[in-house]
Design a binder for this molecule. Structure first.
Ligand code: AMP
Length: 284
């Protein structure tokens, strides 16, 4: 596996792969790999001939006071893990190379970015859409794999790819969880031992919401949201950023539960660690 840091070099390598007839699969990440990232890499490996993984903690998607500087980082560790998965190219650029002096462009996907995480983190998705557009242009993939853990991000990327005619197949990958149900995340490394029980209230409350729907498919949206918040607030470490039930594609709030209703949660643990989780509410 080759590590590339220069933007111009990865683009040349991608162009060569394309002209040699290879199908390129891309997995964009911010590093500190866990089983979730590795599963995305395996999916890319299955569906493409060559896999490019990008590792870039994108300053443009972090606001002042967020965890840009403390985000876990160990290139050697991640290099070993990606190599084991048979990744062909690991692109780990410097911010200065991605955003040169005089950089002026921002990609904005309207509507889908206003609520949920977009409400709590204004500008976040412009940073995501802009860097993903750049990564698409630098790595020239035929397909790209994104996790459903970042549910809104996946919807935003799908919309952007459709609107801007990127000739790229977007593949969503189901959430990979720890044995205890916790959705894997690089940010789980911020959790202290005594905060794990509180963190588990996200997946537990999702399980409870699904059982409410299974018992009564006509249960109201308001009832589920109240029950979920109640379970989460039993842990004094937890503060809810949002608990909503939205349509899987439009992200519009659901007025009743349908096969496309997704429960989406963002919860802070001790005001320090912001965790996301989501799930469809009906058994598919
Ligand atoms: P990140 O490094 O957190 O930006 O994540 C890189 C990619 O991995 C994104 O597409 C995430 O949605 C995906 N991802 C992160 N955690 C998980 C998980 N637990 N299960 C599935 N995909 C994940």
């Amino acid at each position: 596996m080759k590590i590339v840091t220069a933007a111009a070099e990865i683009q040349q390598l991608a162009q060569k792969l394309r002209s040699d007839g290879y199908r390129i699969g891309l997995v964009p990440t911010m590093g500190w790999f866990h089983e979730g990232h590795l599963s995305l890499m395996r999916t890319a490996k299955m569906k493409a001939d060559k896999v490019i993984v990008t590792l870039f903690v994108n300053p443009m998607q972090f606001a002042e006071g967020e965890d840009l500087d403390s985000y876990p980082h160990d290139l050697e560790r991640d290099r070993g893990l990606a190599e084991k998965e048979g990744v062909d190219l690991l692109f780990a650029p410097l911010a200065a190379d991605m955003y040169g002096q005089g950089f002026k462009t921002s990609v904005h996907v309207a509507g889908l970015t206003e609520g949920l995480c977009g409400g709590d983190r204004p500008g976040h998705f412009d940073g995501v859409s802009t860097v993903v557009s750049k990564l698409f242009n630098l790595t020239l993939p035929h397909l790209a794999v994104f996790g459903e853990k970042d549910f809104q991000q996946l919807a935003v990327i799908r919309q952007m790819v459709k609107d801007l005619d990127f000739p790229i197949e977007i593949i969503g990958h189901p959430i990979v969880r720890e044995a205890n149900g916790l959705a894997m995340s690089s940010r789980n490394s911020y959790l202290r031992e005594e905060e794990i029980t509180a963190a588990l209230s996200l997946s537990k409350s999702i399980g409870h919401a699904r059982s409410l729907v299974a018992a009564d498919p006509a249960v109201s949206v308001a009832h589920i949201i109240t029950a979920v918040k109640e379970l989460i607030h039993r842990h004094r470490e937890c503060s809810v950023d949002y608990v909503e039930i939205v349509d899987r594609l439009s992200l519009a709030p659901c007025s009743s539960i349908t096969a496309d209703s997704v429960l989406v949660l963002a919860v802070k643990i001790n005001q320090r660690v912001r965790l996301l989780d989501n799930s469809l509410l009906t058994v598919q």
